[in-house]
Design a protein around this ligand. Structure first.
Ligand SMILES: Cc1cc2nc3c(=O)[nH]c(=O)nc-3n(C[C@H](O)[C@H](O)[C@H](O)COP(=O)(O)O)c2cc1C
Length: 364
């Protein structure tokens, strides 16, 4: 436990005060004009006093990528002041602020994107069961640039870094997955081609970093290891992606999992713990963030055994915003939401959690 409560230094020399980070969590609670609301600012500040870094909810980089009602925006310079308020709220408690940058692709609700035009890697099924349309090469290039532009805004808005959202079935993952990517051009077909768009986003974000920031600006990448669909991503595919990403100028990789204990489903090697497998592949080239159902001290100790250099907590920080401080003080933490207490959680976020029983332990 003590090692993870001590400072951690990235390869670029940036130090986190400990190895716990807040996992990105969408709050559904922006103002009607997609600027950040006061409720969200209070939520971030409340959780900024213990963890080494806070990764924000995902912000969309271009209108076609908006994925949630009440998602705060990052797609034009008009939102820099709004984005800055979040980095300032996170800095109040001494955590590093990392903006998660995103495009929802086929998962974007039709009513949230211009002209109901839902886009993806290929003509495929949208979240509402309707159609998502294949992006043209020109549009792909525009989205790559948009990831760079939002990175520039993050730099101007005082963030310590950005996390490229390549996980959870959103656009970057849709390109990598053979289930959603049936393209026959240079962005589809072979695994190498399916990696092209995510790698171009990485390159553009790094180009912008070099132009507007310095080495201390953190760039991370989040990925999901497997998909259930027949043509979908297997752990063997992800091993190859991770191997490529680990050679890129990235400061960390972040696996996305609901439970850190989960085992490989489709993998040629031994079907052991997914984080362990990925950590082995990275082989120290870049730190890995592990995540998923870490609530108690016992969970955290077990998660450390995966080898992940950093651990992210999402739901537990909703339940116990001062989890890290309590661990430091040797105090007990609760692992289910106490619904009799007041919480510094935006109202709409709480309602979303209440509408999905079992999502966050104890939420009724
Ligand atoms: C309310 C909520 C919103 C989430 N939003 C995001 C998001 O915007 N981006 C993302 O990469 N993951 C998101 N996730 C997934 C979490 O980052 C995390 O991977 C997941 O909750 C498992 O970790 P946990 O058990 O510590 O919560 C969200 C999870 C929750 C509970």
């Amino acid at each position: 436990m003590t090692t993870y409560l001590k400072p951690f230094t990235f390869h670029n020399g940036v130090e986190l005060r400990n190895r716990y980070v807040m996992a990105p969590m969408t709050t559904y609670s922006a103002n009607p004009d997609d600027t950040v609301s006061d409720e969200e600012l209070a939520y971030y500040e409340e959780r900024s006093y213990g963890v080494g870094a806070v990764i924000t909810a995902c912000t969309y980089v271009i209108p076609s990528g908006k994925g949630f009602p009440g998602q705060f925006a990052g797609h034009t310079d008009a939102y820099i002041d709004s984005l800055r308020k979040v980095s300032q709220a996170i800095h109040k408690g001494g955590a590093k602020a990392i903006l998660q940058i995103y495009h929802g692709g086929r998962q974007s609700p039709r009513e949230l994107v211009p002209n109901g035009d839902v886009v993806s890697a290929s003509d495929t099924i949208a979240a509402d069961g309707g159609k998502a349309r294949a992006l043209t090469v020109e549009e792909i290039q525009e989205i790559v640039k948009a990831f760079g532009e939002t990175t520039r805004r993050a730099i101007e808005a005082g963030y310590d870094g950005v996390e490229i959202h390549g996980a959870n079935t959103y656009l970057l993952q849709q390109f990598f997955s053979g289930f959603t990517n049936k393209r026959t051009d240079e962005y589809g077909g072979t695994l190498e081609n399916r990696m092209r768009f995510p790698l171009e986003v990485v390159a553009e974000v790094n180009r912008v970093k070099q132009q507007f920031a310095d080495d201390s600006f953190i760039v991370g990448y989040r990925f999901s290891p497997e998909e259930p669909e027949e043509d979908g991503i297997t752990l063997d595919h992800t091993v190859q992606l991770v191997d490529r990403l680990a050679n890129e100028p990235l400061d960390y990789l972040h696996i996305s999992l609901g439970d850190f204990r989960s085992l490989a489903r489709r993998y040629e090697g031994e079907k052991e713990n997914r984080i362990k497998i990925i950590h082995h592949v990275i082989d120290g080239r870049v730190p890995l963030i592990g995540v998923g159902a870490i609530h108690s001290k016992k969970d955290a100790l077990e998660a450390m055994e995966t080898g992940a250099e950093l651990l992210a907590l999402g739901r537990e920080l909703l339940i116990e915003p001062h989890w890290v401080e309590k661990m430091k003080a040797g105090e007990e933490v609760i692992t289910e939401m106490d619904m009799t207490r007041d919480h510094v959680i935006p109202g709409q976020m709480m309602r979303m959690m209440q509408s999905r029983p079992g999502w966050v332990p104890g939420v009724k």
